[in-house]
Design a protein around this ligand. Structure first.
Ligand code: NAD
Length: 318
């Protein structure tokens, strides 16, 4: 039985990845600084460890793992990314410095690192698709992107020296059930679902910026499938993983309102919007057979009811 370590297993994508690895027949150890929030972890063993500390990385890796998936990060949506620059640069860098070094010195054979399309510069509306090489010369829009770029390079350097096979995915925005939906770290699909669930039919929600920023949103099952395929492929260097459907924030609101069956008015307010536009090539991940199976409406149809249920539970609890 293959053994896998998932770092960040208490988080959104990590907890879904653990479920997938279990379905594939792995023995899984999950590690996180906190437990899963919405359902018990599917991992065979779950350790609470602060991976910023080197001895804790050693404790996480005290079994001979076939594969290590590094998803732990101090992470959140645009509001968090802009308000917690120092925490992101310190905490996520410490996790990656120690995990990469420990994995390489333990002789780990395959190491996955979860990077982000935040490593790219801002793009203009209508720009042609950007391939992975477009990350250089580097000009990420935020410090979160700079930390990811540094961690990518460090993982590759350790891979070159130790022979550890390193696989790197640059995720587009990921959404789905059991993701953070309130508290300041939530991302746009969860935040908009919450706001729509909280108002009556015909009500008004606030949206940061003018709603014209373009993004793609990838349903979590597709993302996990991309991680799994990439890890078991021969694809060297970073690979973008994202749904090829690009929408404006206003269109995202419309998709959620359609799903909720509500007429929603939008009040645009100042706030951290992030980059104006995105358009990334998926050719590399397509070359190993990955395709996204969930369009935005399909993914929102699975995500909105879950967020609505959380909103109802939270209301009932007060
Ligand atoms: P998440 O915040 O739900 O999961 C990250 C997990 O890391 C959390 O459970 C957190 O407790 C854990 N963690 C933080 N500090 C830690 C520490 N010191 N020690 C141990 N664990 C610690 O985020 P997510 O959405 O599941 O993202 C997973 C990975 O994917 C992250 O690296 C993130 O940067 C990357 N990513 C996510 C998205 C997205 O849209 N969700 C997009 C691009 C990249």
């Amino acid at each position: 039985m293959s053994k896998a370590l998932v770092c960040g297993a208490g988080g959104f994508i990590g907890s879904h990845l653990v479920k997938r690895l279990k379905r594939e027949g792995y023995w899984v150890r999950g590690v996180d600084i906190k437990h899963t929030e919405f359902a018990p972890s599917a991992a065979d063993e779950f350790l609470i460890l602060d991976l910023r500390e080197k001895p804790n990385c050693e404790a996480a890796l005290n079994v001979d793992f076939d594969e290590v998936y590094q998803l732990a990060a101090d992470m959140g949506g645009m509001g968090f990314i802009h308000s917690a620059e120092c925490e992101i640069m310190r905490n996520s860098a410490l996790i990656n410095v120690h995990m990469t070094d420990t994995a390489a010195s333990r002789g780990i054979k395959r190491y996955f690192f979860s990077s982000s399309v935040c490593v790219y510069r801002d793009m203009k509306h209508g720009e042609p698709e950007m391939p992975e090489s477009g990350a250089y010369p580097a000009l990420p829009d935020n410090e979160y992107g700079w930390e990811k770029l540094y961690a990518e390079r460090m993982a590759m350097a350790y891979g070159r020296r130790s022979g550890m096979v390193v696989r790197i995915a640059r995720f587009q925005n990921c959404y789905g059930p059991e993701g953070t939906w309130r508290g300041g770290r939530e991302k746009a699909p969860a935040a908009i679902s919450r706001k729509v669930a909280e108002v009556e039919d015909g009500g008004t929600i606030e949206i940061w910026g003018d709603g014209s920023a373009v993004r793609s949103y990838t349903y979590v099952d597709d993302m996990v499938d991309g991680i799994y395929r990439l890890m078991h492929s021969d694809l060297q260097g970073a690979a973008n993983i994202g749904c090829p459907q690009y929408v404006t924030v206003n269109e995202l609101v419309e998709a959620v309102a359609r799903m909720a069956g509500k007429k929603i008015n939008v009040r645009h307010v100042p706030g951290p919007v992030g980059v104006q536009s995105r358009n990334f090539s998926n050719d590399r991940i397509y070359s190993i057979g990955w395709r996204s199976r969930f369009c935005l409406d399909d993914g929102i149809a699975l995500t909105y009811p879950w967020v609505e249920e959380q909103v109802k539970k939270a209301k009932a609890a007060v």
